[in-house]
Design a protein around this ligand. Structure first.
Ligand code: FMN
Length: 226
């Protein structure tokens, strides 16, 4: 697949077939993603690839804690509530997803169920927990930049092989659960997780194409018209 095609066609996948994903394929995807650039080639990332019983334990632990009202416990700073144009875009994608799924505004039960899917890692057969070395925390936010680069590489590499993904901030909102069942070493910080598996073509939200700001809106060109 051409890179342009992968970048254009990729979208978040939130409904999966239960079929397992071969370990060799996951190794191949991680190897390709690891070609991502990083600050001074520090490569501070780690991938904890969960399936089977440990993943089920994470789904269960996350769900129980969220339903019990346990406040989120992340290991990275919380982004808080978005405002202004960011809030507008957040509402925009939510409306697109709910419309695709046929979830009405006042259907509290299905809305709640939708939210809980994220805590269940979207019922995907695989969840990749992405962490970074605690030692780079003292270097400010540059490690976060590196993790973003490698995680985008991961989702593109997966897409290229026919696998769907969604980067899943919800999945690590109860990080102590993830830390326990994924057995994350003490010297690593949990950044995010990525649900991964074969897309379920019958799951309506998988067809949603999110909007993007135009180049005119995002970019300035300086010194071009002189
Ligand atoms: C850091 C990060 C966290 C995310 N967390 C979630 C999440 O918790 N639940 C979810 O459904 N999607 C999550 N997403 C996916 C975004 O909603 C999605 O990328 C965005 O709406 C654009 O849609 P697209 O990926 O289909 O292009 C996350 C994406 C990123 C980059």
């Amino acid at each position: 697949m051409e890179l342009t095609q992968a970048m254009q066609g990729r979208r978040s996948i939130r409904g999966y077939k239960p079929d397992p994903v071969p370990r060799a394929l996951l190794e191949d995807i991680i190897a390709l993603a690891s070609r991502a650039p990083s600050s001074m080639n520090t490569q501070p990332w780690h991938f904890h690839v969960l399936t089977g019983a440990p993943l089920e334990a994470v789904r269960k632990g996350n769900s129980e804690r969220m339903l019990a009202g346990v406040p989120p416990q992340r290991e990275i700073p919380d982004h808080g509530a978005y405002e202004g144009v960011h809030r507008d875009r957040q509402v925009g994608i939510a409306k697109q997803l709910f419309a695709a799924m046929g979830i009405a505004r006042d259907d509290k039960e299905r809305r709640q169920d939708w939210v809980m899917r994220g805590f269940r890692q979207f019922d995907a057969p695989v969840s990749v927990v992405v962490t970074f070395d605690k030692s780079v925390e003292n270097q400010g936010t540059i490690g976060h930049f590196d993790l973003g680069a490698v995680t985008y590489g991961l989702v593109l590499a997966a897409w290229d092989r026919g696998l769907g993904t969604v980067i899943n901030g919800q999945g690590i909102m109860q990080s102590p659960v993830v830390r326990e069942h994924a057995q994350i070493p003490e010297d690593q910080v949990i950044m995010t997780c990525v649900a991964m598996g074969w897309p379920d073509e019958t799951f309506e939200a998988n067809g949603v194409v999110s909007t993007r700001r135009s180049v005119e809106d995002t970019a300035r060109f300086v010194g071009f018209d002189e």
